[in-house]
Design a protein around this ligand. Sequence first.
Ligand code: PLP
Length: 377
Amino acid sequence: MKPIARSFVCDIPVYEPGRPAEEVAREHGLDPRTIIKLASNENPLGPSPRAIAAMRAAATTAHRYPDGGAFYLRRALADQLGVAPDHLVFGNGSNELIEFLFHAFVGPGDEVIVGDRAFVIYKFMTRMFQARCVEVPFRRHTHDLPAMLAAVTSRTRLVFVASPNNPTGTRVTNRALASFVRRLPAHVLLVLDEAYHDFLEDPPPAIRYAQRHQVVVLRTFSKMAGLAGLRIGYGIARPEIIRSLERVRQPFNCNAIAQAAALAALRDHAHVRRTRALTTRGLAMLMREFETLGLEYLPSCANFIMVRVGDGAARCRALQQQGIIVRPMDGYQMPDWIRVSIGTMRENRALVRALASGCGSSRAKSGAPQRRRRKTS
Ligand SMILES: *Cc1c(COP(=O)(O)O)cnc(C)c1O
């Protein structure tokens, strides 16, 4: 048969998500309940118990279409953020909002500026909309904002900054961001992707930027709130920008169960506190253990961490055979690194044990522990 898709579509790279636990279990003949998934920066504590109760209740009215305007969620979130309800737009995950931004603002031949180690979806979308992707090299593993500013031309439409960034876990400083926002020319829209902002101790005044400047702040219920499976995120921006995004949105893009769960999660501050405490503890433990093992890592501001392990793809495969799913980084031109989400302490310890046993490293091809024991007295 003749290929009938448009040629640029055939050239769009395929995003490789973290593999589902069930799939890995099937492949290696393991019990899915024993799989440790540290591959997609999910909340290891699960959804907030309040969100689960809200989902159960919402299930009984699932025969109805959802509220396309997300009235209750919008009102509660606007309240919590201190913005007007018309400063918000909801998406089927914040990934969908990235697509809305392209629909509304980017045409063929336009330019989009991204960091070369930034979240890869920006680059993929740029291809999808036949725009030109201007990749600016990262500096010290984070966005080089002065260089990104220097890359702006009259054709620039969007500039993407993820802080903390996925996969590097690094952030831009509040000072650098303030200066960047002030200097960006008026024809450019800054997309500040804050999927992990809840993990920052000292977050930037992003909402103020979204209210006063050409800035869209993207957030999600997938990470801190633990609702990745429901697909719900939101954007904050001035009403004239929001109105354009609303025009390209399908009427029922956020389902009713997701809206109900997100609303309940907003009110569950205890779950956020527990998650934050676990993340801090897990990160500290992993960094300590990586140091002991002599593994280089990137200090992280989020709920995952990059660690340099040699052949990342091989080590991912070996870890998978032992039921631990992590993420190879060859797609980010960092083939010796893997990205590991912070899990429960038990999961983190299992990962450290597997890495310490040389699982998948050139020292231990079989994946079995082969390191010589040091003599202990
Ligand atoms: C996870 C993630 C998102 C979005 O996730 P959704 O589940 O689509 O809300 C956006 N940006 C970054 C940088 C992420 O890591």
